[in-house]
Design a protein around this ligand. Structure first.
Ligand code: UD1
Length: 381
């Protein structure tokens, strides 16, 4: 019986989540291993720019994908369909026995559906988290993926509870911790200042980092403009460094003029981005993953959303949900500048060893399968 595992990577936030898993699988491939787990890295091509993909592979030491489906951009349906058609073709020609998807991007859902319909079991890294907000494509992706996942790898006890509440038996849920934090801890000593850091005279605690890419925040130029003006008005003249996602760049270029403290820069590679985050006075973002990183780095974080699928970043970490109303931002900045931002703690099992736990769980899963597939009396030694 082969155990070929497809590891799916499609969009930027996937790359940090799969890098430590690949490292753990490579270690497991050594001579000491009691069970080899062969794997194949499949890049769907959802993100394809150097800034959104290539730079992350290089900095995180991820090998060239074995396969690139080159699905590219499109509407949600176009992208989903392109990934499904191409992944189905791959599975038909070169079957796998487990499809491991991560997070909540379109590639995650598209490959999970394709695999399950081809009779290939699905494992989901970062399963079970829920914002309850069906206006976000990521929430739909989470719900659909978890509805057809066989093995759930979770980052929190809350995620496990969400799954059991939806009828998933506990034995299919593995609380392993957070692979994104594995990556953060692994590379923390290599964080690099971007070139503009000294050119702009930036110093620790003397600037904000801003990221915005959710359709609700960036697709309407008037709303984006109002948010930027409110941030500028509250930033007490500190520069706001704004690494711009390609989606946001398109809309930003249509705005007549940016407020003076807003400094757009190109989307940053991993090491530069996290250097900026770890030295910032505060991060302002509509991302989910970044709120996990600021929690572990103990950097204050304001989330420009009304909800989060990562409640532990608020209940334990440094994150606050400040909402999307530009007029409601001022009190949060007052609190920050008064030195009254909460001091966070690190959630359980966010210790840099999540990927190792996933590999252990995979071995257990495959050994159970071998037992079930082996006729009585012929149990393998
Ligand atoms: C996707 C994820 C989101 C994640 C974000 C991080 C989904 C539903 N959303 O959103 O959860 O937080 O990635 O980056 O999967 N583009 C480029 N170059 C690229 C990739 C995209 O220019 O390499 C442009 C395309 O024109 C595209 C737009 O960015 O139309 C949006 O890309 P898409 O992959 O559809 O979604 P993201 O907004 O990146």
């Amino acid at each position: 019986m082969t155990h070929l595992i497809d590891i799916i990577a499609g969009a930027r936030p996937n790359f940090m989540k799969i890098a430590p898993l690949i490292r753990a699988l490579e270690i497991n491939a050594g001579p000491e291993s009691d069970m080899h787990l062969p794997w194949r890295l499949v890049h769907t091509g959802q993100h394809y720019d150097t800034a959104m993909s290539g730079a992350f592979f290089r900095q995180l030491g991820i090998r060239e994908p074995h396969v690139n489906l080159e699905a590219g951009s499109g509407t949600q349906a176009e992208q989903t369909a392109a990934i499904m058609v191409r992944y189905e073709q791959l599975l038909r020609n070169h079957p796998a026995s487990l499809c491991l998807v991560a997070g909540d991007v379109t590639s995650t859902m598209a490959c999970a559906i394709t695999a399950q319909k081809m009779g290939v079991a699905v494992g989901h890294i970062e399963a079970g988290i829920r914002s309850g907000d069906w206006t976000m494509p990521e929430e739909i992706n989470r719900l659909v993926t978890d509805a057809i996942t066989n093995w759930f790898f979770t980052t929190s006890r809350q995620a496990g509870s969400n799954l059991t509440a939806s009828g998933i038996p506990e034995k299919r849920i593995h609380f392993v911790g957070n692979t994104m934090i594995d990556t953060l801890r692994h590379h923390q000593r290599e964080f690099l200042p971007p070139q503009f850091f000294s050119e702009m005279g930036l110093g620790k605690g003397e600037y904000f980092v801003l990221t915005l890419h959710r359709p609700a925040n960036v697709d309407d130029p008037n709303h984006l403009s109002a948010l930027l003006r409110a941030i500028d008005a509250n930033a007490r003249n500190l520069p706001v460094i704004f690494p711009v996602h390609p989606r946001t760049a398109k809309i930003l270029s249509s705005l007549p003029k940016l407020p003076p403290s807003i400094h757009p820069v190109t989307a940053q590679p991993y090491l530069e981005f996290n250097f900026l985050v770890s030295n910032a006075r505060c991060v302002i973002t509509d991302s989910g993953g970044i709120t996990e990183e600021t929690t572990v780095l103990s950097v204050p974080c304001m989330t420009l959303r009304e909800n989060t699928e990562r409640p532990e970043t608020v209940s334990m970490g440094t994150n606050e949900l400040v909402g999307t109303d530009p007029a409601a931002l001022a009190p949060w900045f007052d609190r920050l500048f008064a030195g009254k931002w909460k001091v966070g703690a690190i959630p359980e099992l966010w210790d840099g060893k999540a990927a190792e736990r996933i590999v252990m769980a995979l071995k257990h899963i495959f050994s159970e399968r071998i037992k079930q597939a082996t006729p009585r009396g012929q149990a393998r030694r």
